[in-house]
Design a protein around this ligand. Structure first.
Ligand code: TXA
Ligand code: MG
Length: 357
């Protein structure tokens, strides 16, 4: 693989024309969306899309989301624009919702990983929309991280992972949502959430009535159940350190945190990722034993707190943390997506042998 790119970081104003030229030449360019940064290529060019898989180290059976800037363009890539799709697009586009629909012939097999459906989304970021419009083609784009790592929510995260592998990152600072889009399967009788994300189940239900959740993702601690969304079966979002989950509803959570901190052997580095309110329950002594503290935000503003999860996990890597105590969130609203990512980051169990700490 070519790894000698300079990887320039430019704003959309500075980089738009270069980005468009690169995309037209079949190259790959990273760009911001409101959820996470995407690694984009011309979705109608199978050779360009193949590069995405190589650059990320992404398994070939994990399909890509196609990003469009108008409903007119969405209609060109699907076989049928259903009533449910129309209602979802009206309510949530541009925004963090991806719709899975039967694909039209113009979508190459590599994009859909051989499935007969395609995932399509209109992002709510002005730079993304401008780039798609200027490129004049839909952009296939997964999250712009090395496969298995936390998704990038800042331009510099993309650079950390992909420096030398891509020519250009369109940089727009932090992503506002900070967790990926909700992937909603509309190809069957009932809408099914394949991946929880920025648009909540509750929001979808106000528009669609009953919405199901793919089982694998709700209870990821259970034995592996193959999912309809191929990407869900791989290890994801993982920092280098091991994660220990702390239940948000546990009335003894401060004691539990203190207990883990007290057990830590010298030489190991321990981080705590928690809510503001939980930090307030800890003694000065507990706090002193923590090598790196990342406060996500207040329980009263779960959206904001959730938007910092990937940043927190990446910061733990920068601080060379071996063990990460991570506070859970109630699984409602954005909490469902937050917990889905946190559990996957923790591996299936979220349990670490205390003897190792
Ligand atoms: O917010 C997002 O969705 C970001 C930004 C860049 O748009 N993109 C993103 O892409 O998270 P990626 O590749 O990291 O995740 C795409 C997910 C995977 O779980 C994949 O399996 C699923 O969407 N997916 C894609 N096409 C599908 C299809 N035809 N059927 C079922 N699942 C599909
Ligand atoms: Mg991803």
């Amino acid at each position: 693989m070519e790894t000698n790119f300079q990887t320039r970081m430019l704003t959309i104003e500075e980089g738009l024309s270069d980005a468009v030229q690169l995309l037209r030449q079949g190259e790959v360019v990273a760009f911001p969306t409101e959820t996470v940064y995407g690694l984009g290529a011309n979705a109608l060019d199978p050779k360009a899309c193949k590069k995405i898989f190589k650059i990320k180290g992404r398994p070939a059976d994990n399909p890509l989301i196609v990003h469009i800037a108008s409903v007119k363009d969405a209609k060109k890539i699907v076989r049928e624009w259903t009533d449910a799709a129309k209602m979802c697009a009206e309510a949530f586009w541009p925004g963090p919702l991806t719709l899975v629909l039967p694909k039209s012939r113009i979508i190459p097999d590599i994009v859909s990983a051989g499935l007969n459906t395609v995932a399509v989304r209109m992002p709510a970021h002005p730079a993304a929309l401008e780039l798609i419009r200027a490129a004049g083609v839909p952009l296939a784009a997964p999250s712009a991280n090395i496969s298995g790592k936390p998704s990038p929510t800042e331009g510099k995260h993309v650079r950390q992972d992909l420096k030398g592998r891509i020519p250009l990152v369109i940089d727009a600072g932090k992503c506002s949502i900070g967790l990926e889009s909700t992937v909603l399967d509309l190809s069957g009788k009932t809408p099914v959430i394949l991946r929880p994300g920025g648009v909540t189940k509750e929001q979808l239900e106000t528009v669609l009535g009953t919405v199901e959740i793919e089982r694998e993702m709700g209870e990821s601690r259970e034995a592996f159940i193959p999912s309809k969304s191929p990407g869900m079966k791989y290890r994801h979002y993982a920092p280098n350190g091991e994660i220990i989950l702390i239940k948000s509803a546990d009335h003894k959570k401060a004691e539990k945190i203190a207990g883990w901190v007290a057990q830590k052997k010298s030489g190991n580095k321990m981080a705590l990722i928690c809510m503001e309110e939980t930090k307030g329950l800890l003694s000065t002594n507990d706090l002193e034993g923590i090598d790196f503290l990342f406060v996500l935000g207040s329980v009263n503003r779960p959206q904001e707190a959730a938007s910092h999860l990937f940043e927190a996990l990446r910061s733990c890597d920068e601080e060379k943390i071996n063990f990460i105590l991570a506070e859970e969130m109630p699984e409602e609203g954005i909490g469902l997506a937050f917990m889905n990512r946190l559990r996957k980051a923790a591996g299936e169990s979220g349990f670490v042998d205390p003897g190792k700490i």
